[in-house]
Write a protein that binds this ligand. Structure first.
Ligand code: CAO
Length: 523
């Protein structure tokens, strides 16, 4: 199916073949990566027009040396799709040829028989959708039925405008080239040059004559074995349903099809969208009532800062999309406090936060799932081998989360200096976008302010966050006596899709033991 042209010795350009009268068809999927070894006939991209989608296979095996198209590109016959290295000898499959149709034009009212056009080598292709009804007025190029083989589906358009007088097929019928689909009553003027025989209307017994539908430009690609409209991993739906789903951002794998063999119909897609809109899944949460508070006393309206608005949106998205669990613990930090005071007496100011940062890194090294993000498909976890911590900071304009990079490589004093500099920058509004990117885990410390516990919101795309509250001296029972102990309250919130309770518990237990005996941090 695909043309290839020899370039340098081992690189071959794989070009888009003749796929019919298409001009500028959109690339909607790239199915290979550079470096992939692919076999002949393996699909490399998916193209889609408003009427048909098709996977384009490579005619040759080889290693993908370059990908010359991007998603969204509009490409046409002859455009280079990929470059293949060490490909085998040319194994071109003959190009599909659209059957030539006769030209005919009638001026009077006629009954026009619309037959199955040349759709390639297929025989006995199943009718899976009938897109029109008797009495409907259809316009030239309107789709009238959808046919589907095991590899491809295609909407068949009418070549003429007019009124559907009868439909000759039903769902499940197997059709071949030339089979009658339906009859259309039309005026001769509307019979396009693409049509073949038509017969003038006869009042008593209308005669019909076969009319070969010239596939419209949008649906011309033949139902060739090597062209598949159904991306292997995807759902069963016609090109127009796929297009609509993509336009409105619906993942068809989440839609239950009620058509034959589970095919997703228009009604299924609309039903799914309606259900999302009416369920309380975020986009349509019930609005809180608008109240005129001035009825109750004096009020003042203050605009939210830009940071308030931005962080508000982000926090709402995190809150709504992540199934949160929050786990609490209290750490004996007597040893840390003693060391901190010692340093303070030497003029070195260290807050508990820098110890916590170092301890978190040690714990993350043992529990890499907490230093990770879900990928776009939400089916894979991206484990980060770097140790960058987001630190929530309070500023006059609102909450910001700058990132302290490579925490594992920095000493306690270096971290203290960097924290002080970064929080000064944050308060002065001088952080750059790059200063707030690249974290694997976040700490939100309210220890300097107070409170016994709080539940932090996971800072997506991260999967866990540690909330730190103010340390207090508490009487802790040692088996014989209550010992006054400085305890630090910690709260770990995590994404329960990624981290289960036992993992969260183990992380907290390790963090507790590292913080209560800081020798490991000091090494
Ligand atoms: N327990 C007891 N005391 C604590 C403590 C804790 N957990 N954490 C800090 N302190 C003490 C510090 O030791 C310091 O006291 P000394 O000067 O006597 O040592 C004092 O509280 C103030 O600390 P700090 O807040 O200035 O410094 P920090 O390193 O703890 O925090 C920073 C730095 C930038 C994180 C902090 O200033 C800040 O902005 N915190 C707010 C974070 C926030 O808004 N979180 C909420 C996000 S969700 O809305």
């Amino acid at each position: 199916m695909i043309d290839e042209i020899c370039t340098m010795s081992a690189i071959k350009n794989i070009e888009l073949p003749d796929i019919g009268d298409f001009d500028e068809v959109e690339v909607i999927e790239i199915l290979v990566n550079i470096g992939d070894t692919i076999a002949a006939d393996e699909s490399i991209i998916t193209l889609e027009s408003d009427k048909a989608s098709m996977e384009i296979p490579t005619p040759q095996a080889g290693v993908v040396a370059n990908i010359n198209v991007s998603i969204g590109d509009k490409i046409k016959q002859g455009d280079v799709v990929i470059e293949l290295e060490n490909s085998e000898e040319d194994k071109k499959t003959p190009k599909p040829t659209a059957k030539k149709t006769n030209e005919s034009k009638q001026l009077n009212t006629q009954i026009v028989a619309v037959n199955v056009p040349d759709i390639g080598d297929f025989d006995e292709v199943e009718v899976i959708e009938i897109l029109t009804a008797v009495g409907d007025n259809v316009s030239e190029e309107d789709s009238i039925i959808t046919l589907e083989s095991d590899k491809a589906s295609m909407e068949i358009p009418t070549p003429v405008s007019g009124k559907v007088t009868d439909i000759n097929v039903k769902l499940g019928d197997k059709l071949s080239l030339g089979d009658l689909i339906l009859n259309i009553e039309t005026t001769g003027d509307s019979v396009s040059e693409k049509t073949t025989d038509t017969t003038p209307i006869a009042p008593a017994k209308p005669e019909t004559a076969p009319l070969a539908v010239a596939p419209s430009p949008a649906s011309k690609p033949t139902l060739d074995q090597s062209i598949s409209t159904l991306p292997s991993s995807e759902s069963h739906a016609s090109p127009s349903i796929r297009k609509m789903a993509r336009e409105i951002g619906v993942d068809l794998s989440r839609v239950t099809g009620t058509g034959q063999k589970g095919r997703i119909l228009d009604i299924d897609l609309k039903g799914y969208v309606k259900q999302i809109l009416t369920s309380g899944s975020g986009a349509s949460l019930p609005k809180t009532p608008v109240i005129d508070f001035s009825k109750f006393g004096e009020v003042e309206t203050v605009a939210l800062s830009r940071i308030n608005k931005l962080s508000g949106k982000h926090l709402s998205a995190c809150w709504l999309n992540i199934p949160h669990v929050t786990q609490f613990d209290e750490v004996n930090i007597d040893q840390m406090e003693a060391f901190r005071q010692e340093q303070k007496n030497k003029g070195i100011k260290l807050t508990p936060l820098v110890f916590i940062m170092k301890a978190v890194i040690q714990a993350l090294k043992k529990h890499p799932r907490l230093n990770a993000s879900l990928d776009e498909s939400e089916e894979n976890l991206i484990l980060k081998k770097y140790f960058n911590l987001g630190i929530a900071m309070d500023t006059p304009n609102g909450l910001v989360v700058p990132v302290i990079k490579n925490v594992e490589k920095k000493s306690l004093t270096e971290l203290a200096t960097e924290l002080a500099e970064t929080s000064a920058k944050a308060r002065d509004g001088k952080l750059k976008p790059g200063d707030m990117q690249g974290a694997g885990f976040t700490i939100s410390s309210l220890g300097g302010i107070g409170g016994t516990q709080f539940t932090p919101i996971v800072n997506s795309p991260e999967v866990a966050i540690l909330g730190v509250s103010r340390a207090q001296t508490k009487p802790i029972w040692d088996g014989k006596n209550f010992i006054p102990t400085l305890t630090l309250p910690l709260a770990l919130s995590y994404d329960h899709r990624v981290i289960d309770g036992a993992q969260g518990g183990r992380f907290m237990a390790d963090l507790n033991s590292i913080l209560s005996d800081i020798r490991e941090i000091l090494l």
